[in-house]
Structure formats: structure tokens, C-alpha cells
Design a protein around this ligand. Sequence first.
Ligand SMILES: NC(=O)c1ccc[n+]([C@@H]2O[C@H](COP(=O)([O-])OP(=O)(O)OC[C@H]3O[C@@H](n4cnc5c(N)ncnc54)[C@H](OP(=O)(O)O)[C@@H]3O)[C@@H](O)[C@H]2O)c1
Length: 297
Amino acid sequence: MADLTPLVITTTGLVGSTLARVLHASGARPEDTYYPAVDTPRGIPVDITSGQSVRSLFEKTRPKTVILSAALTNVEYCQENRDAAYEVNVKGARNVAEACLAFGAKLVFFSSDYVFDGHDGPYSETDVPHPLSVYGETKLAGESLIRDMLADYLIIRTTVVYGYEQMGKNFCYRLINTLKERRRINVPRDQVGTPTYAYNLAQIVADLIDKKRTGIYNVVGRDLVDRYEFSKRVCEVFGLDASLLNAVTTEELRQKAPRPLRAGLRTDKVRRDSSISVMGVDEGLKAFKRELDGKAS
Ligand SMILES: NC(=O)c1ccc[n+]([C@@H]2O[C@H](COP(=O)([O-])OP(=O)(O)OC[C@H]3O[C@@H](n4cnc5c(N)ncnc54)[C@H](OP(=O)(O)O)[C@@H]3O)[C@@H](O)[C@H]2O)c1
């Protein structure tokens, strides 16, 4: 891999920690960075809502490639805390984009299929966004300001990411833990998407960076499935009892934030431009299981 002098903000969340692992494996050495709220701090603290904090991080690390995975990602929390969502996901993105401009660095920004309304997915990179939720609005606003401010950027849209993470809070982890305790869990059968294995996502993003690609890329799993079908596949791969799954409608979940129902993203562009193959659900889940088994042994 070319000398990228990568900076990952932050290396504590699901996507950021996985990208840091992939970069380390390729010989690049990103510093650990963390949001000061974490329990076990390691590396350099950064709060992206503070321009001063971001500049100080750039001065210490002098990055050539900046991967911004930090965000407020809880869709329900964002819906009820609009100002906080804009503060982190939009002002935070602007602070990082300004620093990239000042230091001449490429910015890799993570966005979501929640920029779409879910009426007629799966979506390609050129489809017109129309977010339904505050979270989706903030991700689209982040994308827009980056496109306006920078020439050298990658906007990576992804969705339903699963994989190893210290906090164990992604959908797949919650599902596995609930079923292991033999508790029932409601899963919507009308939310269609393209679940994405974090390690595959990180490898593809590292490859796109290495190939000096720019612009918007969908980086998601290859298969379009609804949440109930995905959950059944998780049960098969992890040997869990699928009869504990309650298939419900999104309406029955009474969530605060409207969800894009027929969502998911098309992978034609990334399959053309990256040499890393895009995993389907079964391949991704089996790889995730091997990863967890490896951590346990
Ligand atoms: N995971 C998915 O399914 C998914 C789907 C579509 C798009 N994405 C996008 O992918 C990116 C990464 O998602 P993820 O799943 O890795 O999220 P994550 O696990 O929630 O990680 C986000 C990280 O950002 C940190 N953070 C929050 N506020 C911050 C601030 N002011 N300054 C610095 N760091 C801050 C969080 O710290 P705390 O935990 O301490 O708050 C957390 O460590 C996000 O941009 C997200 O919108 C994710």
C-alpha cells in the first residue's frame, strides 16, 4: 500500500476500529484516536465538534488521508436530539473537512442509505437522495458540504454493518446475545437492505484509497434481504433458535424515526472499481463467526 499517512477518527467505533485493523495489517500505522467519553482511553483524544480539537489532532499526526467514521449513529437518539445530531454529524464533518483543506489531506467520509426515502431501492450512487429522518438529513448535509469544500474526497455509503467491535452494539451482536439468552426478539420483515460485513467494508475502502479513487461509492454486502430473512441466516450460521424471532412490521415497532423500507444500495460501481470481492450475507456471516471464534480462543 502507498504511503497514506492515514488518520482514522475515531478508532473506537465499529467501522473505525475495523479500518484501523485493516490498515495495520497492510503496514500503515494509524494512531489510535478516541472520543473523550470512552471508558478505556488509548491514543489521542478528539472531539470533532471542536475545531481546536480537530486542528490539534492534525498538527500531531500530519495526515495525508483522513477517515472520518465518528458520528452520532443512533437513529432514534438523533430524531429526538436534532441539535446534537447536527452538531456532531454536520458541524463535526465541516471541522474535519476544513482541516483536510488546510493540511492538503484526502477525506474519506461515511454516509448511509438513510439519505434515501426507501420507496424504490436498492439505490445507485447517482439516484437522488431524499432522507426521511434527522439522521439521514445530517448524513446528506455532511456529504453536501464535503462535495462543496473538497476536490479529493471519498463518500462511502454503507448500511447495516455487522462485525467484531468492543462495544458489541450493532444489530447482529444484539440479535446473537438476545437469542443466546433464549429471549424473543422483534425483527421487521418489511425493512429491506444490503447487510455489510465490517471487515469486507474496511478492506474495500482501503483498496479504494490505495487506488486513489474519488467521489461517491456504495460499499455494502452483495445480497438484498429483509431484516427477518437476515436474522434467520444469522441463526443458521451461529446455531441459534430462529423460532425466537418475531417477524413484525416497522409500524409495530413504533420507532420515533421513520425508516426507509425498500432501501439497500447497489454495488455495480464498487465491483467495477475495486479488486476486493463484495461478500454476500452467508459468506460475511461465516467470516464474522470465524472472527468471533478466534477472539474467544
Ligand atoms: N454501522 C452501520 O450500520 C452504519 C450504517 C450506515 C452508515 N454508517 C456510518 O458509518 C460511520 C461509522 O459508523 P459506526 O457503526 O462505526 O458507528 P459507531 O460504532 O457508533 O462509532 C462512531 C464513533 O464516533 C464517536 N463519536 C461520537 N461523537 C463524537 C465526537 N463529537 N467526536 C469524536 N467522536 C465522536 C462515538 O463515540 P461514543 O460511542 O463514545 O459516542 C463512536 O466511537 C458513521 O458515519 C455512520 O453514520 C454506519
